[in-house]
Design a protein around this ligand. Structure first.
Ligand code: FDA
Length: 310
């Protein structure tokens, strides 16, 4: 419950334009801890550094609040450029996209523009042996995202595209069951948005219990599972679960965010687990950054202390 109060307070304060102005002016250096770069060369450099520690990368061009179809197409083109440049530099083109950024919900030429642009991106990534994960946004977008995911797996296969389920949503276990016929590659997360109590668990213990259920069921069903959490207790439990159920290490991976629990990421890679870090980049970093601050007071303290130092 306290987590929810903290999250709501941070997201409310940071949505104030004056706060945004101050953070943009004074917090840029500190933001680098969580947002690797504003451009493609910078994000590819970060991916190569991780590679030296045996850690893969998920490349995420930030682009929330993109409005017109033209902006959506332009954003999709930037993701295509990213894939081209990643391939050219020997970085695996494993990208994550938010369908809303590429036109989800906008009909152009009789089709949802998000679906059209997702196709372009998946086609390009597949050409280079890459992968595209469809991020999950807030709850009104879940139905459409899962329907579009089903369409895209039908067209490109489950090795080319995956999606995300959030354990704070009551519906996610049923959603997982309903996707099972696709043998889908799914990233399990707890969920990062401010959701009403009509649709989401509010207590952390419930969110965590549901997280374990989602991961275990997905693994047991023989599906590739991306265990995207920094929760060390859950990570230990998943390692144990895999061991006692003979789930091979190439059927799951741990995923974390850039700049968070770097020690744990390295340790897991050294223990021989697959590990991938989600690297967000781009000029539109502010909403992503505020969600990270909303996740734990420790991050808010880190930023405030840094800004006070000047
Ligand atoms: P939880 O919040 O319970 O924290 C457990 C412990 O982890 C904390 O005690 C702390 O030690 C550490 N920790 C967690 N967050 C931290 C932070 N920001 N800074 C420092 N320490 C931290 N969400 C979503 O809604 N849609 C999506 O598509 C995605 N995609 C995604 C991809 C990847 C690779 C990851 C890792 C996460 C996401 N998320 C997401 C975000 C996710 O929903 C969630 O908000 C964060 O992962 C934080 O939750 P944890 O599971 O880490 O645990």
């Amino acid at each position: 419950m306290l987590d929810q109060v903290y999250r709501k307070a941070v997201l409310t304060v940071t949505s104030n334009p004056n706060v945004e102005k101050i953070v943009r002016a004074r917090g840029k250096g500190l933001v680098k801890r969580f947002v690797a770069s504003e451009d493609i060369p910078g994000v590819l450099r970060a991916a190569k550094e991780l590679e030296q520690d045996g850690i893969g990368a998920i490349l995420d061009q930030l682009g929330e609040f993109i409005d017109s179809p033209e902006q959506c197409n332009e954003f999709a083109q930037q993701v295509l450029d990213l894939i081209e440049q990643a391939h050219a530099q020997g970085v695996e083109p494993y990208v994550s996209i938010k369908l809303s950024s590429v036109g989800q919900g906008k009909t152009v030429n009789g089709e949802d523009l998000g679906l059209t642009n997702a196709r372009r991106i998946i086609r390009k990534a597949s050409e280079y042996g890459g992968f595209v994960c469809l991020d999950m946004e807030d709850h009104p977008l879940v139905d459409l995202t899962l329907a579009q995911f089903r369409t895209l797996v039908g067209e490109f296969g489950n090795k080319a595209v995956g999606t995300v389920l959030q354990s704070y949503l009551f519906r996610s276990l049923k959603d997982r069951d309903s996707l099972d016929d696709l043998q889908p590659n799914i990233r399990m997360v707890k969920g990062a948005y401010l959701e009403p109590e009509t649709v989401a668990y509010k207590d952390k213990a419930d969110v965590d219990a549901n997280y374990r259920r989602l991961v275990y069921q997905h693994m047991k069903a023989g599906n590739y599972t991306n265990v995207a959490t920094h929760d060390e207790k859950i990570i230990d439990d998943v390692k144990h679960f895999a061991l006692i159920h003979d789930i091979p290490r190439d059927q799951f991976e741990f995923q974390m965010l850039y700049g968070i629990r770097r020690d744990l990421q390295k340790d897991l890679a050294m223990q021989g687990y697959r590990v991938r870090t989600y690297i967000a980049y781009g000029p539109a970093w502010y909403p992503y950054f505020t969600r990270r601050i909303a996740e734990t007071p420790r991050n808010a303290l880190f930023i405030v202390k840094g800004m006070l130092k000047g």
